[in-house]
Design a protein around this ligand. Structure first.
Ligand code: GBP
Ligand code: ZN
Length: 290
């Protein structure tokens, strides 16, 4: 039995958890100004996204780790896939690039790290390019990895979107594999917190309910976190994603976006927001909810 369990879990890891178990959520579409974003679940808890320009029917894909699913979605949407946006080099984000390009033929692959497979266009902070009529602005947010990029997308200025990879999650942030607290402070507080509050946040993993258990531990009296725990659990019970959230919402519920708040400082026992950032990440690295 033990051996069977082990090989089942190895099988799940190898095949992304979707052969023996169901996909971790349903595919959903978010309509914004001039653009449409189709969320596709991948592996155990990853998200891939199709970003579609409504007027020209051009489409970009974010982190296509399972290219077959993406090609099927592109066909269903009747759009033209014109580029790949890669948030960072980890295999569960960039690992599908080569296979996808082998199917589509040569299209630009954007990213901020030479370790990204099939990379054609290395971008840096504030690099901008177009997808049809949409504008895409690259935000350099190193820390989870040294070359991490978030992509900020605007149509007609209203209703923007940001793809945050493993830098900002709903209710949390990525582990600091290749960076430091000042870098995550810069990414979350200086760069992402400055985006318009209504910006929809599309992140790289469905970690929201686990993140909120840590969030409520840091601020037990925070009513926004209490309410979000209920609404997120309700979505997950129905096999729906908790994504997108918004920048304004993250500022209310995400401890890593709240390092300047008195209640979070008090929890950490320090006042310097960068120290608070370091304290929270260390604490969450080993956090086990009771
Ligand atoms: C959870 O399930 O909630 N805590 C996670 C466990 C991103 S994936 C898994 C985990 O550690 N996930 C990473 C993370 O940053 N989590 C935020 C957190 O725990 O608060 N990855 O797949 C991870 O980046 C990876 C791939 C890591 C290649 C290193 C390499 Br090399
Ligand atoms: Zn990662």
């Amino acid at each position: 039995m033990q051996l069977f369990r082990k090989s089942v879990s190895a099988f799940r890891v190898l095949f992304g958890g979707n052969i023996l178990s169901r996909s971790h959520c349903r595919s959903t579409t978010t309509w914004l100004d001039k653009m449409r974003i189709r969320l596709e679940p991948a592996l155990e808890d990853n998200y891939m996204y199709l970003l579609i320009d409504d007027e020209t029917k051009q489409c970009a894909v974010v982190d296509p780790v399972e290219p077959e699913k993406i090609l099927k979605a592109v066909k269903e949407e009747n759009v033209k896939l014109t580029c790949v946006l890669t948030t960072h080099h980890h295999w569960d984000h960039a690992g599908g690039n080569e296979k996808l390009i082998a199917q589509t033929g040569k299209i630009p692959v954007y990213g901020g790290d030479d370790r990204i497979g099939a990379l054609t266009d290395k971008v840096s902070h504030n690099t901008e390019f177009k997808l049809g009529n949409l504008n895409i602005k690259c935000l350099f947010t190193p820390c989870h990895t040294a070359g991490h990029i978030c992509y900020y997308v605007t149509g007609n200025k209203a209703d923007p979107a940001v793809f945050t990879g493993d830098t900002l999650f709903s209710g949390g942030c990525g582990r600091f594999f290749e960076g430091t607290p000042p870098q995550m402070y810069s990414a979350l507080i200086e760069i992402l917190s400055s985006l318009p509050g209504e910006t929809r946040v599309f992140c790289g993993h469905e970690y929201t309910t686990a993140n909120l258990k840590f969030a409520i531990h840091t601020e037990p009296a925070n009513v926004d976190i209490q309410n979000k725990i209920k609404s997120a659990q309700n979505l997950r019970d129905n096999n729906l994603p908790t994504i997108p959230s918004t920048i304004d919402e993250e500022k209310k519920i995400n401890p890593f976006m709240r390092v300047q708040c008195e209640s979070v400082k008090k929890h950490c026992g320090c006042t310097d927001p960068i120290e608070v950032m370091g304290y929270l990440r260390k604490e969450k690295d080993t956090f086990k909810p009771t």
